[in-house]
Design a protein around this ligand. Structure first.
Ligand SMILES: NC(=O)c1ccc[n+]([C@@H]2O[C@H](COP(=O)([O-])OP(=O)(O)OC[C@H]3O[C@@H](n4cnc5c(N)ncnc54)[C@H](O)[C@@H]3O)[C@@H](O)[C@H]2O)c1
Ligand SMILES: [Zn+2]
Ligand SMILES: [Zn+2]
Length: 407
């Protein structure tokens, strides 16, 4: 079967690999009908979240049909249509029982203290082969999948695998409540769903900050107030928009590949530039700081702590920050002193997919929310590598890529 395989930083390939088999009684095998490329996958190819194991199949977002279940799988059988959670969880440990499934004590083969286990991730997450493939093995299948009603199409369901739950989780981490002024940093697909979720949770205003025009246009289409960090100083703009108070809640939907502004009033000084260069070196020592080739493909973000700094500076005193943009263990710089001085509440983490997703499936099934408008690219798996490259370069209009695995 065909699968997208990680071979090294800047080196991913569409390979022919053996089909997966049931290895444990709690496994299921799923024939994938839709997969997708996520901003998280870019961190692995850019080298900002290492180390990866060569040969790992990438991808952690998929919809499909169960073809086989292990002897211990109850509740699912061959022929069921399912959405697969990005994160793997056992359903029986104390964390799973609290709904905190991203910190399952059992699913990560590296042990209970190793953190979240998810498909297609670094060594420390398993590694477990990912979902950009024609068939996949789903560990702890009873708890790592959800059944799909017929009223939810594959195209709607693909965003229920990771993006919609993560956006919702981000709004919950930031404690979004009725009347809030919310700022979302990052207008990628995760930021778009964080903004939509903030509105659904009662936010009065949602301000979205990014430097990419077409992504800001997508946020504007959701009636967010948009700020381009290459034209305005985002912190000043947010202060101006809030009578100098700042936002009640801020969601970081960017993470470690944050860019520094290249022009405009927020463009960094020489001293800040040097500090960011040193950070890139610390965060991603094996990455190629200028990327690969003329197109600067797979270039790591050149301002790893930029969003952390803006978030703390633009939130109100006693404000709340929710961090869903991913930072790996090598990211160590955070403006903790300024946060302390403002009495902030800061929460962060990987989405608890298994417990967050069910009500969101209902929102989509009932027609109250149609996520498909934000899927901008529909590519056959045969073109997966070119699609990865275009998405990495943030080609205008490329907000989210779904991969059709049957083509
Ligand atoms: N916590 C979780 O469970 C979870 C799940 C899925 C994705 N994520 C993470 O969410 C983040 C976003 O994912 P995505 O798929 O939307 O990625 P993406 O790469 O498509 O989007 C990131 C966006 O951030 C923008 N950006 C870069 N620097 C910025 C800055 N200084 N200020 C404001 N915006 C800036 C980029 O222009 C881009 O539009 C990634 O870090 C991803 O790993 C986390
Ligand atoms: Zn994802
Ligand atoms: Zn568990």
């Amino acid at each position: 079967m065909r699968a997208v395989v990680w071979h090294g930083i800047g080196d991913i390939r569409l390979d022919e690999v053996p089909e997966p088999t049931v290895q444990h009684p709690e496994d299921a095998i799923v024939r994938i009908t839709r997969s997708a490329i996520c901003g998280t996958d870019l961190h692995f190819v850019r080298g900002t979240m290492a180390p990866m194991q060569e040969g790992t199949i990438l991808g952690h977002e998929a919809v499909g049909v169960v073809t086989e279940v292990g002897d211990a799988v109850r509740g699912f059988s061959a022929g069921d249509r399912v959405v697969i959670n990005s994160t793997i969880s056992c359903g029986a440990c104390r964390y799973c029982r609290m709904g905190k499934t991203a910190q399952c004590d059992v699913a990560n083969p590296n042990g209970p203290q190793a953190g979240t286990s998810f498909f297609g991730g670094p060594e420390s997450t398993g590694p477990v082969d990912g979902l950009q493939a024609e068939y996949v093995r789903v560990p702890y299948a009873r708890n790592t999948m959800h059944p799909l009603p017929d009223t939810v199409s594959d195209e709607q369901a693909i965003l229920l695998s990771d993006i919609f739950p993560t956006g919702w989780f981000g709004a919950e981490l930031a404690g979004v409540t009725r009347g809030d002024v919310v700022v979302v940093f990052g207008a990628g697909i995760v930021g778009q769903f964080a903004a939509a979720s903030a509105y659904k949770l009662g936010a009065a205003r949602v301000i979205v900050v990014d430097g990419e025009e077409t992504r800001l246009a997508a946020a504007l289409a959701q009636h967010c107030e948009v700020v381009d960090y290459n034209r305005e100083d985002p912190v000043q703009a947010i202060m101006d928009l809030t009578n100098g108070i700042g936002a009640d809640a801020v969601i970081d939907a960017v993470g470690v590949d944050a860019e520094r502004p290249k022009q405009g009033p927020a463009a960094v000084s020489d001293e800040q530039a040097q500090q960011f260069d040193a950070e890139v070196q610390q965060v991603a020592p094996d990455a190629s700081p200028d990327g690969f080739g003329e197109q600067q493909q797979w270039k790591p973000g050149d301002g790893p702590s930029q969003v952390a700094q803006w978030a703390v500076a633009s939130v109100a005193k006693y404000g709340r920050i929710g961090i869903i943009g991913v930072y790996g263990p090598t990211a160590e710089r955070y403006p903790i002193g300024q946060a302390m001085n403002k009495n902030l509440t800061i929460r962060m983490g990987n989405c608890d997919h298994h417990s967050v997703t069910p009500p969101l499936i209902d929102l989509v099934a009932s027609g109250q929310f149609d996520p498909t408008a934000l899927i901008t690219e529909h590519e056959p798996i045969g073109s997966a590598i070119e699609a990865y490259e275009a998405f990495d370069r943030r080609e205008p209009g490329w907000v989210k890529v779904e991969l059709e695995t049957s083509k």
